[in-house]
Design a protein around this ligand. Structure first.
Ligand code: 6PG
Length: 250
């Protein structure tokens, strides 16, 4: 792991989500004070749903919602109304319950049957929003990520072409193991962030987590290993079950 990785083990999933929510509120208020806005990319899957619920309740009064800009670090190739949609999950768990201006929400245009065109369109909207020139990478204040049992993160799965991408920000990544295309941030975009936060909960993630954090396996095998911020930090929020196979630092 890069020098910047911090591992925080919380006893229960509830404490994990509370710690992550606290971190988001702190980063958001610092970012708004420093540069007037907070840009966050949300992760999908099942793990972050409890965090989004918590932000919609406990942080309803403490997050500067009108200055928070929401993006997604990956998306399934389905319309936003689909039960598998990461956008839909975040909308139902949080965005529909908080005073965020609709114009601050930048979802991936995943209803486009042409996944490559959807990825290119989202890349164009990121370049416009962050006003970056060709060859430059937008710098998110925070990117949320999860960890799949196979070591994937965002939609960067083992053995997929997306792992090699060096210049684009967003790709349509063919995931043969799921027989589908996924829309995903690339490593260059992810690793340009100020902070990257992984949320990993549950015993079923313990073995892959040990491989990612404490074994010399390749990034090809465990794509989450290649998340190493160039000039920022990554924080792993774990619950005790997920951390149960990690050996204590000597
Ligand atoms: C997705 C995610 C993906 C997720 C992991 C973990 O769209 O599925 O973004 O990268 O974070 O698959 O998923 P769980 O939280 O459901 O275990």
């Amino acid at each position: 792991m890069g020098p910047a990785a911090e591992v925080r083990v919380l006893t229960t999933p509830q404490e994990l989500f509370a710690a992550a929510a606290e971190e988001i509120v702190r980063l958001a208020n610092d970012a708004v004070t420093d540069h007037g806005r907070f840009t966050i990319a949300l992760s999908g899957g099942s793990t972050p749903k409890s965090l989004y619920n918590l932000l919609a309740t406990n942080a309803r009064a403490t997050l500067p919602w009108d200055r928070v800009y929401f993006f997604w670090s990956d998306e399934r190739h389905v319309p936003p109304t689909d039960p598998d949609s990461n956008y839909r999950m975040a909308h139902e768990a949080m965005l529909s319950k908080v005073p965020v201006p609709p114009g601050n929400i930048y979802r991936m245009p995943s209803e486009n049957p042409d996944a490559a065109a959807a990825a290119a369109a989202y890349e164009a909207s990121l370049r416009k929003f962050f006003q970056v020139k060709p060859g430059e990478f937008p710098r998110f204040d925070l990117i949320l990520l999860g960890l799949g049992p196979d070591g994937h993160t965002a939609s960067l799965f083992p053995g997929t072409n997306g792992l090699q991408e060096k210049s684009r920000l967003v790709i349509a990544n063919r995931v043969e193991q799921l027989k589908t295309d996924r829309l995903s941030f690339t490593y260059p975009l992810i690793n340009a962030a100020r902070e990257i936060a992984f949320l990993v909960s549950g015993m079923d993630k313990a073995t892959v987590l040990r491989s990612v954090l404490q074994e010399n396996a390749s990034g090809e095998q465990y794509p989450a290993k290649l998340v190493q911020p160039r000039d920022g930090k990554s924080v792993w929020f774990l619950d005790r079950a997920a951390a149960s196979e990690l050996s204590q630092p000597k």
